[in-house]
Design a protein around this ligand. Structure first.
Ligand SMILES: C[S@@+](CC[C@H](N)C(=O)[O-])C[C@H]1O[C@@H](n2cnc3c(N)ncnc32)[C@H](O)[C@@H]1O
Length: 285
């Protein structure tokens, strides 16, 4: 390379689903994620740049504001990786291959538990079988037909419609033919019905038992405030799914058998809050 000032670019290559590393307009390698950690793959021709580029990229990622990092992670393909596949292999082979999407604090032994905690180290913790991974990018490299069960509770409404559809399609592909995906979902329709009916018992349970307006000032303890909290969930909800549109979406994603189900104590999130505001869908290939 010439003596011109060194400029490093990270550029998306959406067709290949990877991030290119470009120095002074010359592509010198790619960035990928191995086990959830960023790795540099420098072309042998430019091996001499490896140390400097490692330092440079490390400092860029370490110092970038969370919002920018989050925006980067949203770029399609940026984290295409094998983290999930490696994590599955780390789970004992004789266990069922079960994947818990958007697990939050409900990390279950024997499952691959996935949740995204921006700012914490990405990657897999073998001790807890927890993978810090952004599911907006789809599944983390799980192989087709390799999973017995997907479970999620109050998670899919946190994705945009297109992200949710992408994930549903990938879940279908990753499921074995005799596998199933179980969705514990917020019952928005029940909340809207209660609101329109001015259902006082529903309001009292939400406010007195579940304390869902405790964070709000007294003047904001009204029905519309309750509905806002349920529907927007501190502005983290992105889409409303009811049994009707979710069943059709799952059908479009390739599931052929989708049914409403009752609460299942061995699988569903057991808290009274979840139990009071959930419906359950089971989807099979
Ligand atoms: C309402 S909580 C549900 C947690 C738990 N499943 C439960 O029922 O209590 C939604 C969860 O989705 C996770 N989440 C939101 N967006 C995500 C993403 N893009 N990738 C992975 N997890 C995500 C959040 O971190 C949070 O833990």
């Amino acid at each position: 390379m010439s003596n011109e000032p060194v400029r490093v670019w990270m550029a998306m290559d959406p067709e290949q689903g990877r991030m290119l590393l470009v120095v002074n307009r010359v592509p010198v390698g790619t960035l990928s994620s191995v086990g959830g950690q960023i790795a540099l793959n420098i072309d042998p021709e430019y091996a001499g740049l490896r140390d400097d580029l490692t330092k440079y990229c490390g400092s860029v990622f370490a110092n970038m504001p969370d919002t920018l990092r989050a925006a980067l992670y949203e770029a399609p393909g940026f984290m295409t990786n094998t983290a999930g596949r490696d994590a599955m292999e780390a789970l004992a082979a004789d266990r069922k291959r079960r994947v818990h999407l958007g697990c939050g604090p409900d990390v279950r032994p024997g499952w691959l538990n996935i949740d995204y905690q921006p700012g914490a180290a990405l990657g897999y913790n073998t001790a807890t079988s927890f993978l810090n991974y952004d599911l907006r990018q789809g599944l983390p490299g799980l192989e087709d037909g390799s999973v017995d069960m997907f479970f999620s509770s109050h998670f899919f409404e946190h994705l945009r419609h297109e992200e949710a559809m992408n994930l549903m399609q990938q879940c279908r592909r990753a499921l074995r033919d005799d596998g199933m995906a179980r969705f514990q979902m917020p019952d928005f329709k029940g909340t809207f019905r209660a609101y329109v009916d001015d259902d006082q018992a529903f309001f009292d349970t939400a406010v007195s038992t579940h304390k869902i307006l405790d964070h709000m000032p007294a003047y904001a303890h009204n029905y519309a405030d309750l509905v806002s909290r349920s529907v927007y969930e501190f502005y983290t909800h992105k889409y409303i799914w009811d049994p009707d549109n979710l069943s059709k979406a799952l059908g479009a994603a390739g599931f052929s058998d989708v049914k409403l189900d009752a609460y299942a104590a061995d699988l569903d999130h057991p808290s009274s809050l979840r139990r009071d505001y959930s419906y359950y869908l089971v989807a099979r290939p």
